[in-house]
Design a protein. Structure first.
Length: 318
């Protein structure tokens, strides 16, 4: 073979070998970066105190407020507006002593309130639970996806809402304490239904098992959120009473609108806290952070191995 041709052939071999090494190095660096991102994502999956859960709930709300308020507003505003309008008609009919119209408006109002309490609120809570769970695990989610997912579980969410609600009412009638205990026991029922896909009865049983031994922390968190809601609501009542008067039509309308606004604004905070409590229960009792890390690392290693295999094959083709 001509010396010049032999030299060109060796230059090609060396160049191709160097290129393969560079590409393999890039794959290795990419794999290490993915592992680092996974470690950063899992880093926050650690047992949390009650204060830590509240702090993280506020931070998650501030970071994803448009998503969570969007879900709450899209689902609750239309029915809330209709209920306020019907209530205004009912009050006007009472002042005019038009009993048939007042009675019909009253029935419609009760129907809307029932629909809001037993269908819309569970739907919004389920959609918000799904959204905050995806955000907490560093996954992308949209308002439409969250609402659609909540709709797919609406029957189960309705059953959970009714079952837990009846238990709370009965518990509060039994000298209050049983109601508080049941509220703490079933705080993770909604997240269990949404995240694990279980039925209403299984979700409630799952929540009761997870919350065992952690009810004081749950009580502290629920009490804090309740006090926050109470302070905001009382401030609105005081402001309306001072400026417009509680007995005026405009004052009543303003109070109703503000109350609906408080519900829409604060509901996501309670959902976030319940979802974080669910994950905290699982981290403490089931090692959920290690399980998630193993799954993510296994999937990442599989992808990296496949990429390296393809790249090696391409190098052999050179």
């Amino acid at each position: 073979m001509h010396p010049q041709g032999e030299l060109q052939r060796w230059e090609t071999i060396v160049r191709d070998a160097a290129l393969c090494k560079v590409l393999n190095l890039i794959l290795i660096l990419n794999h290490l970066c993915k592992k680092r991102n996974i470690m950063q994502a899992i880093e926050k999956m650690e047992p949390m105190s009650a204060g830590r859960i509240l702090d993280r709930s506020l931070k998650l709300y501030s970071r994803h407020w448009s998503l969570l308020l969007g879900i709450s507003a899209v689902l609750t505003l239309p029915l809330a507006a209709a209920a306020i309008g019907i209530q205004y008609i009912m009050q006007a009919a009472v002042r005019l002593e038009n009993i048939p119209i007042a009675g019909l408006a009253g029935l419609l109002y009760l129907l809307l309130i029932s629909l809001q309490g037993f269908v819309i609120f569970p739907w919004a809570q389920g959609a918000s639970t799904y959204a905050i769970s995806e955000c907490y695990l560093n996954r992308e989610v949209s308002i439409g996806q969250a609402i659609g997912f909540g709709w797919s579980r609406l029957g189960t969410l309705f059953n959970v809402s009714v079952s837990v609600g009846l238990r709370l009412i009965i518990g509060l009638l039994l000298f209050i304490i049983p109601g508080i205990v049941w509220a703490c026991s079933y705080v993770a029922a909604m997240p269990a239904v949404i995240i694990e896909g279980c039925k209403a009865k299984d979700g409630m049983r799952r929540s009761r098992e997870l919350a065992k031994g952690r009810r004081w922390s749950v009580f502290a968190i629920l009490t804090t959120i309740w006090l926050l809601s109470l302070v905001v609501t009382a401030s609105i009542y005081f402001a309306v009473d001072v400026t417009l008067g509680m007995n005026t039509t405009i004052g009543t309308m303003t109070l109703n609108i503000a109350s609906q606004g408080v519900t829409i604004f604060l509901m996501p905070l309670g959902v976030i806290a319940a979802t974080l409590l669910y994950y905290d229960f699982r981290i403490r009792k089931e090692g959920f952070d290690l399980e998630l890390l193993q799954v993510a690392m296994h999937a990442d290693s599989g992808n990296a191995s496949a990429e390296q295999g393809n790249q090696i094959q391409q190098g052999e083709d050179f």
